[in-house]
Design a protein around this ligand. Structure first.
Ligand code: MN
Ligand code: MN
Length: 290
């Protein structure tokens, strides 16, 4: 019987691992329907569904060194969570490893980027139905509704692009006029095709490597219904797979946020687990070729 409390095939020692899984069971800034705090363990559990061998890369995940650090403790405020996640991930990046962080609400993503070493040439591909560009929300600058803005403040407007957008507030659009964070809507992806749309998005990133932040609500609720703020007209699972495949040779880190298991029958968490495995496989395959 597999150990369902760890991510599947994450059986390497930390020192040997190239990929490091971390759970952040924090959802205190969720604004509509809660439950993302249960995301990390549900994604881990569903990860055991899949074969270790991958047809496309020819790799076997049993041969890829992965370590699971387990979950962060509970926190009372987003500010406390942010400090702790930054402290947890700084040594992971410093050791040259690629973190795969499982949330949790999207407030958990900015500290994953803020933990990157100073001067790192890393841009952020931010996949989301929402722009997440509020200066603050309900009095909290660390709300999940502010996450792309916090990341932009860290990396700069030439190192973040949002893909999959189809829900914004007037204030976000007005604020962004003076700031200029680029974004590609889900409707543009549907019209252009995901390959050209991702290539166009990545041209905005003035960086060598790419960090991917995936809000699972980027994907259409027909495929990923279990999330805090579902939004119709979304990306397909394959769209996100193709986006991950394109950036995986340059992957600096990945997070998958906003999976809310109380609303799930296993399809959303299973999709999240499969996309995490996809990123690991594709990045490992690129490292093997290099
Ligand atoms: Mn988000
Ligand atoms: Mn969202």
């Amino acid at each position: 019987m597999p150990r369902l409390s760890t991510f599947a095939d994450a059986d390497s020692a930390y020192d040997d691992a190239r990929f490091v899984v971390l759970g952040v069971p924090f959802d205190r800034t969720t604004s509509f329907r809660p439950g993302a705090r249960f995301g990390p363990d549900a994604i881990r559990q569903e990860s055991w569904n899949f074969e270790t061998y991958d047809l496309e890369t020819g790799l076997d995940l049993a041969d890829v060194p992965i370590h699971d650090l387990g979950n962060m403790p509970e926190f009372g405020t987003a500010a406390e969570m942010v400090d702790a996640v930054r402290a947890q991930l700084r040594p992971v990046y410093a050791a040259g490893k690629i973190p795969i962080t499982l949330g949790g609400d999207h407030a958990c993503a900015p500290p994953c980027v803020e933990a990157l070493p100073d001067g790192a040439s890393v841009g952020v591909l931010y996949l989301d139905a929402h722009l997440d560009f509020r200066a603050e929300y309900l009095g909290d600058r660390r709300s999940h509704a502010c996450s792309s803005r916090r990341i932009l403040e860290k990396v700069g407007a030439d190192r973040i692009v949002v893909v999959g957008v189809r829900s914004v507030s007037r204030e976000e659009v007005d604020d962004n006029r003076g700031i200029g964070m680029p974004f590609v809507t889900a409707h543009e992806v549907a019209d252009e095709g995901i390959g050209p749309a991702v290539d166009r998005a990545l041209k905005h990133l003035n960086a060598e490597r790419v960090y991917v932040s995936l809000d699972i609500d980027a994907i259409d609720p027909a495929y990923a219904p279990a999330t805090g703020t579902p939004e119709p007209f979304g990306l397909t699972p394959r769209d996100v797979k193709v986006a991950i495949d394109r950036v995986a040779p340059r992957l600096a880190g990945l997070d998958i946020m906003e999976v809310s298991p109380p609303w799930d029958r296993g399809n959303t968490s299973g999709l999240a687990a499969r996309l995490a495995r996809e990123a690991i496989l594709r990045a490992a395959a690129a490292q093997r070729r290099a």
